[in-house]
Design a protein around this ligand. Structure first.
Ligand SMILES: [Fe+2]
Ligand SMILES: [Fe+2]
Length: 480
C-alpha cells in the first residue's frame, strides 16, 4: 500500500493497513459508536446538521494532503494517519541513542509510554468540550468554520492516540481508550487530566487566546514526541503537527484581527489614550488593556502545562528515548545530557534567581523556554499591527512567576513584571492583571453572532484572505 494515500473504503479511513489488521480494526470499530455519541453530546452545540466547508486529510503527502468540501460534522471522516516511515530511523537521543527506532513497545518503558499517550490523548477531546458553545456567538461564518475545523481535527487527534492504545497496549490500552470518552472538561468527579483543559472558554477572545497559547503547548509536546524512539508515536505526532499549524494560525490571526479592529476604531474616533477604556468600549471593540489581561491569564495557564521546572519524570522520558527536545536534530550536543547543565529560574530566599540544574532534570524548563520564544514572535507581530496604526501600546508576555499553580512559583504571588507580592497586595491588584467579572461581562455582551456571509462582528477585522482562497462573502457554514 502506498503510505501517502489513505484507504477510504472502510469505516475508518487510514494509512496503517487496518483492512488486514483484524484485531485492531475490530477494536476500533467497537470504540467508534462511543466516539460518535461523545461527539453528539459534547461536540459543537447546535450545528451538527449544518454543512461546514472543512478540510479533510486524504493523504500524508506534504504537498497536497487535504481536500476542502461541505461536510456535516458528525459525518467527518476521522482517520488514522501516520507520516511516512523514515528508512533506517534510529533513536535520536537518550540512553538508547543510535539503536534502531522501536516498532513495538519497549517492555521496560511500557507504563511510561502509555501515560504519555493518554495525557496527550486526553487534551484533544477536552478542548472540543471547552469550545462547544462558541458556534452560537461566532463573529462571522469564516470564524465559525475555523472553530469547527479545529474541533474536528482535535477529534482526529483523539483517534490518533486511541489507535496507538488499541494497537500496542492490549487490554489496558482498551480501558484507557474508554476513559478518554468518559472524562469531561470541568467535571468535578471526572475532570480532564490537565488544569488548562478544565477551564472555561467563555468567549471568542478566550478561544483565540486558547488556540494561540494552549494549542501551542500542544505543538511543543507533539514536537517533543515526534522525536520519540517509539516510531509509531513519532510518525503520528509528525502528521498531527501538520494540522496543528492551522490551529495556531486561527489563534494568532484572531487576536491580530481583534487588536487591529480596536486600533482602527480608536483612530477613527480620535481616541489616542488606550486606557480611555469606557470611551473605547463604547465603540464596540475590546480595549487593549483588557486584551492584555486575557493574554496574562492564558499564558500563565499554558505555562503550567509544562509541569515542574525540575522533574525526574521528564529526565526519565528523555533518558529512555520516549520524549525528546524541541528540534532535537538541530541541537549540537551529545543528545544524552549526562553532564550538561541548564539554567532554571528558581525561588531562593524570596528572590527569583537563575540556577544551573542538571540538563536532564531541567527538560520541562527547556521546552517551556522554547515555547516562550515561540509565543513572543506572535506577540511581536501583534505589536506591529498596533504600531502601524500609531497607537502607543505594547502587548507583552507576563513574568513566568505570575499566577502559577505548578512548579517553583506555585506558592507565591507575583505581578506581571515579576515583583513578589503578599496575598493582600495580590488580591487588591489582581483585577488590573487578569480579567475581572466586569471585563468578562463586557466581552460577553459583545459576543453577538454574525451569520451573514462576508459580515463580521464590530470587534474584529475581516481576514486578509479566505480559507482555500475563497472570496470574502463565501458561505463557509450553511446553517441548518
Ligand atoms: Fe490536537
Ligand atoms: Fe490543536
Amino acid at each position: 500500500m502506498n503510505i501517502q494515500q489513505v484507504d477510504y473504503n472502510g469505516l475508518i479511513p487510514n494509512n496503517v493497513g487496518l483492512s488486514t489488521d483484524v484485531r485492531v480494526k475490530r477494536a476500533l470499530e467497537k470504540w467508534h459508536p462511543g466516539y460518535i455519541n461523545w461527539w453528539h453530546d459534547m461536540g459543537p452545540e447546535g450545528f451538527q446538521e449544518s454543512l461546514v466547508y472543512l478540510r479533510t486529510a486524504v493523504s500524508v503527502d506534504p504537498k497536497g494532503w487535504a481536500v476542502f468540501d461541505y461536510v456535516r460534522m458528525p459525518e467527518y471522516r476521522w482517520g488514522i494517519l501516520l507520516a511516512p516511515a523514515a528508512e533506517g530511523r534510529t533513536i535520536p537521543f537518550g540512553a538508547h541513542k543510535g539503536e534502531p527506532a522501536w516498532q513495538e513497545v519497549p517492555g521496560e518503558y511500557r507504563a511510561m509510554l502509555r501515560r504519555l499517550i493518554v495525557i496527550q490523548g486526553d487534551t484533544e477531546p477536552a478542548s472540543v468540550e471547552q469550545q462547544r458553545h462558541l458556534g452560537k456567538t461566532a463573529p462571522s461564518l469564516y470564524d465559525m468554520r475555523n472553530l469547527f475545523q479545529v474541533n474536528v481535527e482535535e477529534g482526529r487527534h483523539l483517534w490518533a492516540m486511541v489507535y496507538l492504545l488499541h494497537k500496542y497496549f492490549g487490554a489496558d490500552g482498551r480501558d484507557e481508550a474508554e476513559g478518554l470518552l468518559q472524562r469531561r472538561s470541568g467535571d468535578v468527579d471526572t475532570p480532564r487530566m490537565l488544569g488548562a483543559f478544565n477551564e472555561k472558554t467563555p468567549d471568542w477572545l478566550s478561544f483565540f487566546m486558547f488556540t494561540f497559547f494552549v494549542d501551542r503547548d500542544g505543538k511543543m509536546q507533539l514536537e517533543a514526541q515526534a522525536q520519540s524512539g517509539f516510531d509509531p508515536l513519532s510518525r503520528t505526532c509528525r502528521f498531527m503537527l501538520t494540522e496543528e499549524a492551522h490551529h495556531m494560525f486561527v489563534g494568532e490571526t484572531g487576536i491580530g484581527r481583534t487588536v487591529q479592529r480596536t486600533c482602527e476604531a480608536m483612530v477613527q474616533a480620535g481616541i489616542d489614550d488606550p486606557y480611555n477604556i469606557d470611551a473605547i468600549r463604547k465603540l464596540g471593540v475590546i480595549d487593549l488593556p483588557t486584551i492584555q489581561k486575557k493574554l496574562n491569564l492564558h499564558y500563565s495557564l499554558a505555562l503550567d502545562l509544562f509541569g515542574s521546572e525540575v522533574s525526574t519524570n521528564a529526565a526519565n522520558a528523555f533518558n529512555s528515548g520516549l520524549k525528546g527536545r524541541f528540534q532535537e536534530h538541530r541541537l549540537q550536543d551529545d543528545h544524552q545530557l549526562q553532564s550538561d547543565v541548564y539554567p532554571v529560574l528558581k525561588l531562593i530566599n524570596g528572590d527569583i534567581k537563575r540556577v544551573d540544574e542538571p540538563a536532564l532534570t531541567a527538560l520541562n524548563m527547556r521546552l517551556r523556554d522554547d515555547y516562550t520564544n515561540d509565543c513572543s514572535k506572535g506577540v511581536a507581530r501583534w505589536n506591529k499591527i498596533i504600531e502601524a496604526t500609531g497607537i502607543k501600546f505594547q502587548l507583552g508576555l507576563p513574568h513566568v512567576a505570575f499566577r502559577r499553580n505548578i512548579g517553583e512559583f506555585r506558592d507565591i504571588e507575583a505581578s506581571p513584571t515579576g515583583e513578589l507580592l503578599d496575598t493582600a497586595a495580590w488580591q487588591k491588584r489582581k483585577d488590573e492583571w487578569v480579567p475581572s467579572q466586569a471585563d468578562g461581562d463586557f466581552i460577553t455582551g459583545l459576543m453577538q453572532p454574525v451569520v451573514e456571509p462576508g459580515k463580521f462582528a464590530s470587534w474584529i477585522a475581516p481576514p486578509k484572505v479566505g480559507i482555500d482562497n475563497k472570496p470574502g462573502d463565501f458561505e463557509y457554514v450553511k446553517i441548518a
